[in-house]
Design a protein around this ligand. Structure first.
Ligand SMILES: Nc1nc2c(ncn2[C@@H]2O[C@H](COP(=O)(O)OP(=O)(O)OP(=O)(O)O)[C@@H](O)[C@H]2O)c(=O)[nH]1
Length: 441
């Protein structure tokens, strides 16, 4: 789902067009993908307007590139679209905790009841399931089988007294010492009004601690009126969106529900019993954006924001005896934050060593800025593994940083020299330590 976003991010980070053009291109692709995923058009426009506004207004902290900062903005705004910075609380607030499952037929309600039983069982709770769907033939048996497979308590009765079954089931489960009691209810009746009435009656009788509404993701933005209808009858405590694995419309369902303010607690991502996830908007969006890239990027921005730990950085490098472009990058950023090139030269084994006295004389802050621009145009992978930087990558980096291929080559040459020196130093230190040890023996 939303694969288009990941592609757009990739294109954006690699694009050699200027910043504003790249932003506009990205925003257009984002709009297309979201609308295809059935996100409400008004929401999409609001979102992209905010992204553009922030992209033009916000200044990244020194050392961070505008492009990286832009991805951070997109990340935050998309997370907002899907519910913001919440991490749902799935721990029962008291014991026993009674959950009543509601939702239309076919939404995956019974399957989700089984998944929840498993979810809580593996977290150490004693779970009981109560089958009170007296309308769909086979629903009770389906739940009984799920209960057996998961290995939890199970209650039902023959007949169609849904309210009575629910009530007696909950009482029975409490007597059996169940800590989590989940009641499955019908998803269809001859008339919608009857279904809602039954829901209301069951809720009155068993007084659930949580009413959980199950929604099939493939209904897209129709999830909003559905959630509202159910909420009017019985206040909905939480929502599960199922079948996110099988539809392109998941983005629509998630954003539509997020707008209502009802917390989405879980998402279903497959038919198997363990395919249930606690829904965390930020984690979800990170996945959409392509987690690998994003992790590196957020890590970079965090380092930049914290910054200033020059000695630590240097110590780490000497300890490892290895020096990557990423190290160089962080060092330069820290130096920029401190604002003095002299300090850099005193403290950095990396850059300091790389610059012979002759070069030292020529170096000024402009060189640092140039290097920073070059490093900023590299991908995380390139920073960590500079050996992959071939001619075509060099060209891209040069264009992205507004420098020349020769500048990129020069930086790499200096870097390689430094790397060698650090290795030698490390070896020397190691030898020295060995010698000292032998002498001490
Ligand atoms: N791919 C996928 N399929 C799911 C998921 N959740 C449920 N299903 C499937 O959806 C179908 C309907 O699920 P049920 O649990 O039987 O439907 P229900 O909502 O309980 O129906 P009623 O009991 O009549 O209300 C089944 O084939 C499930 O395997 C999911 O997250 N992903």
């Amino acid at each position: 789902m939303l694969e288009g976003v990941r592609d757009a991010v990739r294109k954006f980070l690699r694009s050699s067009a200027d910043y504003e053009t790249s932003v506009n291109m990205f925003v257009k692709e984002l709009q297309k993908t979201l609308i295809k995923s059935d996100v409400n058009v008004r929401l999409v426009l609001q979102l992209t307007r905010r992204i553009k506004e922030r992209a033009l207004k916000e200044k990244p902290p020194p050392g961070a590139s505008r492009r990286d900062w832009f991805i951070k903005i997109v990340y935050e705004e998309l997370a907002n679209l899907f519910g913001g910075d919440v991490e749902p609380d799935v721990k029962p607030k008291k014991i026993p905790w009674v959950i009543m499952m509601v939702g239309v037929q076919g939404s995956g309600k019974t399957t989700t009841t089984g998944k929840l039983a498993r979810f809580y069982k593996v977290r150490g709770y004693r779970v009981a399931l109560v089958a009170a769907d007296t309308y769909r033939p086979g629903a009770k048996d389906q739940l009984r089988q799920l209960a057996e497979r998961v290995g939890v308590l199970f209650y039902t009765e023959p007949g169609d007294d849904a309210v009575g079954i629910a009530k007696r089931g909950v009482e029975w489960a409490k007597k059996k010492g169940a800590e989590i009691i989940i009641v499955d209810t019908a998803g269809r009746h001859r008339k919608e009004a009857d279904l809602l009435k039954e829901m209301e009656d069951i809720a009155k009788e068993i007084n659930p601690d949580e009413v959980m509404l199950v929604i099939d993701a493939s209904i897209g933005q129709q999830a909003k009126p559905l959630a509202e209808t159910f909420h009017k009858t019985t206040p909905i405590g939480s929502i599960v969106i199922t079948k996110l694995d099988g539809t392109a419309k998941g983005g629509g369902a998630l954003s539509a529900v997020a707008v209502t303010g009802a917390p989405i607690k879980f998402i279903g991502t497959g038919e198997k019993l363990d395919e249930l996830e606690v829904f965390k908007p930020k984690k979800f969006v990170a996945r959409i954006l392509g987690l690998g890239d994003l992790e590196g990027l957020l890590e970079r921005l965090k380092e930049i924001e914290e910054g200033g730990k020059l000695e630590e950085l240097s110590e780490k490098i000497m300890e490892k005896g290895e020096f990557t472009l990423q190290d160089l990058y962080y060092q330069i950023i820290s130096v920029k934050k401190m604002g003095s090139l002299k300090k850099l030269l005193q403290m950095l084994p990396g850059v300091g060593l790389a610059m012979s006295d002759k070069i030292l004389g020529q170096v000024d802050d402009k060189v640092l800025d140039k290097w920073l621009a070059i490093l900023n145009s590299m991908t995380m992978e390139e920073l960590k593994k500079p050996s992959i930087i071939n001619r075509s990558r060099m060209r891209r980096i040069a264009i992205g940083s507004g420098t020349s291929v020769r500048d990129v080559e020069e930086l790499l040459r200096q870097y390689n020299m430094t790397k060698k020196m650090i290795k030698q130093l490390k070896r020397k230190k190691g030898l020295l330590a060995k010698l000292m040890n032998q002498m001490g023996e």
